[in-house]
Design a protein around this ligand. Sequence first.
Ligand code: NOJ
Length: 591
Amino acid sequence: MAVRRSSSFLPYCFPLPLLLVILVAVPGSPQRTKLTTRVHGPAGSGDHWWKHAVFYEIYPRSFQDSNGDGIGDLNGITSRLDYLKDLGVDAIWITPIYPSPQVDFGYDISDYTAIDPQFGTMADFDHLVREAKKRKIRVIMDFVPNHTSDQHPWFLASRSSQDNQKRDWYIWRDGRVPTEPPNNWLSWFGHSAWTFDSTTRQYYYHYFYPQQPDLNWRNPEVREAMFAVLRFWLRRGVAGFRLDAVSRLFEDPELRDDPMLPGTNAYGDPNIQHKYTDNLPEVHALLRDFRKVVSEFPGDPVLISEADEPNIAELTKLYGAHNDEIQLPMDFQVADANRLSAPLFRTLFEEVEHNAASGQPYIFFSNHDQPRQWDRYGDGIHNDAMARLMAALLLTMQATPQMYYGEEIGMRTTPPARKEDVRDPIGKLGWPAEKGRDGERTPMQWDTSANAGFTSGVPWLPVPESAKQYNVAVEQSDPESFLNFYKRLIALRRSRLALRIGNYAALNPNDENVFSYLRRTSDDRHAIIVALNMSPEAQFVSFDLSALGFFAGALKTLLASPSGGAEVQPPGQVSLPPYGVFIAEIIPHVQ
Ligand code: NOJ
């Protein structure tokens, strides 16, 4: 049984050397576990690549501009592939690069099988995929099935007359009375989800902006047209898709009103429960069909779903009853925990790592829709230590990890200071309660030159002041930088079998402050423990690994934050500074 007691005598200031004394040995156990310290042979061979890959989200407008127009582009991404390779990334998910009026910065698509000229050409895209492949980096496209742009030729045809052949490709209804929408459904982006179209005198439905009309997935022609889109990109060599907003794909055919909830939202609308527009059972049959389509192609293509499911039961359903839907459903429970709490993370990881479908979890902390983790989890005092701790959590779990560009250099969220500077429409609509998503989409910070090396022109969003301190060039030359911490973590995940393919088990289940876990291979030859102090006070932790079937002499430190401390620890206790990280390999003998 593990024991922890908090320390009142350790110094609290940084940098605090990590004092490591480990109690792990129970000699004489009849079933001694043989442990080795090196990885032998290819890791995870015969297994799915996406279980072991590190994914990296790129917001292309903001990553690297190659032609001086202030907007990132495909050739810019290609020029940074060596950086990504060096970081240890295995797959890049690129948010939408298709032709689009850019009302929702690409999530309003007007042609699913072309490239928006501001991002480059199809030849640039093919070049990117080829160059990525040379570096063993896979490319994941963003597939937006719920809605098109209102400028898509399908919608232009659909809205042209009530008897147009494409009328039923979207969701058109008469008003409840001519001047009122068909029901009370609200857009996620504010106000009614119905917009009146004066040409044909009906309302069309849009879960998001009015410029993003929802496709009617009950129409077989829509299904075939969209399946063809998946095939088009798979033929061009992509390794899979991130599926946008999948829980919104179907709506109640009877158009029942959603239940009202107390209060109002940032847009001044009454709160409602999206009961009749979210997570309808029909979604699952469609996800199975998506899976069948991608499975027609070699290379084990992957589907990653974006759906902020309310609990583990709903999240688990996305794997499918026979693991025939989504391989990697994004886990918003973990992403949005929004506070460092050992009991909370223990519960969340217990649920997802041992989910009923035995599906592979997919975790992340930042993306293009929410403030960066630095700002959501930071307490203003220990932010740096907390961000390192979260990096360790992300990259030492069994779950597949996804990073967001700039996370590895500690980029901050920098929202606009004035309403007139806002680019994201939800910020314009919801200001000041909702400032929009510009803050987490600022240009990647490459170096200390003008515009942080992102563009030679005027960047589409201003480069934050903090870029002078947090950028790739500066951090590359500082061994203690964020960037080098991420690199070491990814290298460990890649090189250590216990982290790469090992099982997950929580340790010290009653510890209120330190989240500890064991990763070990099923043959018990490789084992690593991770201890994360999620409290602002120094803590001691000890581990009774004999109870887990191990006979071991010591722990060998692989990585710690703050760095320091002995490399190999004799039996005793682990001392963790506030928000400290300790990652160690169990070894049979102290040298
Ligand atoms: C989710 C995307 O991540 C977000 O950026 C977008 O605005 C909505 N879906 C609508 O497509």
